[in-house]
Ligand binder design. Structure first.
Ligand code: ZN
Length: 440
């Protein structure tokens, strides 16, 4: 069907997002995917333990734990006058983490894996789906303090969490209660004659990595959706994909900083891990990671701490995390008036009780940026009797004294294994991020 609603450039940018998400089954892979977009544009990795020497226009990034990344382009202006232009998003998504000694046998026939829920997934969406395994594996290194890290992604579906048939669970459609320890364990394999019955996962990992099982000292492995995202709708206007929250914002932010022109302000993209469990890790938004990097950016230009505090005064943070769109079957769940829709443009998130950092002034700044690139903007507030969620903005605010706004593109089914976003919104937010980085 020929459509004029969705432009070719919008569809092709959304396709880039689907490719990016497919390559990013875990926060570790997401950081690699971000690097792949930054390095060809001249960004160079800095190490925390080297002495930095930075000059205006320089493009760099640092990583923490291989699951968080901060990229920046040093501003051409005076930091105490032009400050930082910051975009922050998160690399992690709700999932299930493989526990230590994970193999559990059922009646001598089935081998399933013991898993721990990560963040707040909608549990029933993970049932009956072909699941892959992704994350990192830590191998023995030269010394105990320098183990080797390798990314692991099975790509092909390895596991499944089967539903219980309706015939033996007659009340399933009256509301399904799933126990995280009992009902969410994925089936890995069937025990057959001659098959080694112990250490099967470790053996599989070792085989894939061409090493001995005893050289694998530990792992951070997660279940993930194995089917790539796709477009849905008569006009291909919807994006159906895993991990739109928050890889859509990571992708748009990376694209914007990768192609940004040098500006008077220092442009920064912060990709934090562990938002889904409260951000309180050394690579989360509640750590001093970002504030330390910003201060070092100035110290490495022979500026002092006083300049750093002056620079913060002229800085602005966009905390970018997905927002709830109006649900077609449950419209009563939303605020009666403020009802963002898919493909209606980015959403400013507002909460009187400060679950979001937005205030009238920061909302006005974001609105003006959207208007500058002819992007429509929407507003979200919770129904007054719903608690709603929060995000990295308020957490960052406890560590970084800068003005900020919480925004994100609208999605349906947030935290489902498969979320639904709008094709038009993705290019729209990338344009807003670009103009944000480049406008003085
Ligand atoms: Zn999120």
């Amino acid at each position: 069907m020929k459509t004029i609603y969705i432009k070719d450039e919008e569809l092709s940018f959304a396709q880039e997002l689907l490719d990016f998400i497919e390559e990013s089954p875990s926060s570790f892979h997401a950081v690699e995917s971000v690097k792949k977009l930054l390095i060809p544009q001249g960004f160079r990795e800095l190490s925390f333990d080297e002495k930095w020497s930075l000059t205006p226009g320089g493009k760099f990034f640092v990583t923490r734990n291989n699951s968080a990344l901060i990229a920046f382009m040093v501003g051409q202006g005076e930091p105490e006058k032009h400050g930082f232009r910051l975009i922050a998003a998160h690399t992690d998504s709700p999932s299930f983490r493989i526990k230590p000694l994970p193999e559990i046998m059922t009646e001598g026939h089935y081998l399933k894996l013991n898993v721990e829920t990560y963040g707040g997934p909608i549990l029933n969406t993970w049932l009956d789906r072909p699941l892959a395994l992704g994350g990192r594996i830590i191998q023995r290194g030269k010394s105990p303090f320098s183990p080797q890290t390798k990314l692991f992604y099975s790509k092909r579906p390895l596991l499944v969490i089967p539903n219980l048939a309706i015939h033996i669970n007659r009340r399933v459609n009256e509301g399904l209660e799933l126990n995280k320890q009992k009902d969410m364990l994925p089936l890995l394999t069937q025990i057959t004659e001659g098959l080694q019955k112990e250490g099967m996962l470790m053996n599989h990992l070792a085989e894939t990595l061409h090493c001995l099982p005893e050289d694998i000292l530990d792992f951070d492995l997660f279940l993930c959706e194995s089917e790539k995202g796709c477009f849905i709708g008569l006009q291909q206007e919807f994006i159906s994909s895993a991990r739109l929250d928050d890889l859509a914002m990571i992708h748009a932010g990376t694209w914007a900083i990768a192609q940004a022109k040098s500006s008077l302000a220092t442009q920064v993209l912060a990709c934090f891990d562990h938002e889904e469990c409260g951000s309180t890790s050394k690579q989360g938004a509640a750590s001093p990671l970002l504030s330390h990097v910003l201060e070092r950016i100035l110290l490495a230009q022979k500026k002092d701490r006083e300049t750093y505090f002056q620079a913060l005064e002229h800085s602005f943070l966009i905390s970018a995390d997905m927002a709830h769109a109006l649900h077609p079957n449950s419209s009563e769940k939303h605020d009666p008036i403020n009802r963002p829709i898919l493909n209606g443009g980015p959403v400013i998130k507002i909460s009187a009780n400060q679950s979001y950092t937005t205030d009238a002034e920061s909302a006005a700044i974001f609105t003006a940026l959207c208007q500058q690139v002819n992007v429509p903007v929407q507003k979200f507030v919770n129904r007054s009797d719903e608690r709603g969620g929060s995000t990295i903005g308020p957490i960052s605010s406890t560590h970084l004294d800068v003005r900020s706004v919480d925004i994100g593109n609208p999605v349906l089914a947030m935290h489902s294994i498969r979320e639904l976003g709008g094709v038009k919104d993705h290019l729209a937010i990338a344009k807003v991020f670009s103009v944000f980085y480049e406008t003085v």
